[in-house]
Write a new protein. Structure first.
Length: 255
């Protein structure tokens, strides 16, 4: 990776890891509660800005933008399709895959847009900015740990389970602050206990979707990044793959 590219990547990560959390903290502590949509739009702008910082070659720009949009559409649609099953959705898995194959900045954008867009169906509210942040951070984690996640399904499933558990525990922080006006440990422990079935569902569903989507996603993205020339994010070939016989083709809060 060239030095200029590395610098842009670091800046984009710093942007989403500082600006977005600061916006959520300000919203939860000092901003009017009715300003949630404004905060969500600003966070979406931050996500887009971080993504655009990594623009380089014209061909890569268009291809990565299209692929990121496809991931965002898939993640958003999946939440609607699985609406009848609370907590059991492939959002976190799809977002993590986006980070793994397109970079953490793309992963954050996919997660943030999924929360913002799907909540026009499920309902916008104070939870929207917090969901944008948490799902976005899952995409960032996918980018940061991509080399390890691509090599082992076991690690991938562990990452999926942990992301589900952490999402549940952190969304309960928002629930506590939103309902009590401040953080209360006893109240938070009560919320965690009451939400335990959701926590388990998040973790289990993530593992299931990781197992189902891992191989199809690897094959699809390997062909896509090679076809569009996005070599930096080329997936690690599977150990079982025979390169001589299989060539790569050419160029609501809890809902």
């Amino acid at each position: 990776m060239e030095k200029a590219t590395l610098i842009r990547r670091i800046i984009s990560y710093m942007l989403v890891l500082t600006a977005a959390p600061v916006m959520v903290v300000l919203f939860a502590t000092v901003m009017p509660r009715r300003s949630f949509l404004l905060v969500a739009i600003v966070m979406a702008a931050v996500a887009v800005g971080a993504f655009c910082l990594n623009f380089e070659k014209e061909k890569d720009n268009g291809a990565r933008t299209v692929l990121t949009a496809v991931f965002a559409a898939l993640s958003t649609a999946s939440r609607v399709v699985f609406a009848a099953v609370p907590g059991f959705k492939p959002i976190m898995s799809v977002t993590m895959f986006a980070g793994m194959y397109l970079g953490g900045d793309a992963g954050f954008l996919v997660g943030a847009l999924t929360a913002l867009l799907s909540n026009f169906v499920f309902g916008q509210g104070g939870w929207t900015p917090f969901q944008m942040l948490l799902w976005g951070l899952i995409g960032v984690a996918g980018g940061l740990f991509a080399p390890v996640l691509k090599k082992s399904k076991i690690v991938l499933c562990i990452g999926g389970a942990l992301s589900g558990i952490l999402f549940s525990l952190l969304i309960d922080v928002w629930s506590t602050v939103w309902m009590k006006g401040t953080f209360s440990l006893p109240f938070y422990l009560g919320v965690i206990t009451e939400g335990l079935p959701f926590t388990i569902t998040y973790a289990v569903s993530n593992v299931i979707f990781m197992l189902i989507l891992a191989e199809p996603m690897r094959k699809t993205m390997e062909r896509a990044v090679v076809k569009f020339g996005i070599e930096e994010f080329r997936p690690v070939p599977s150990r079982k793959r025979n390169h001589k016989t299989e060539p790569v083709d050419g160029e609501g809060c809890r809902k």
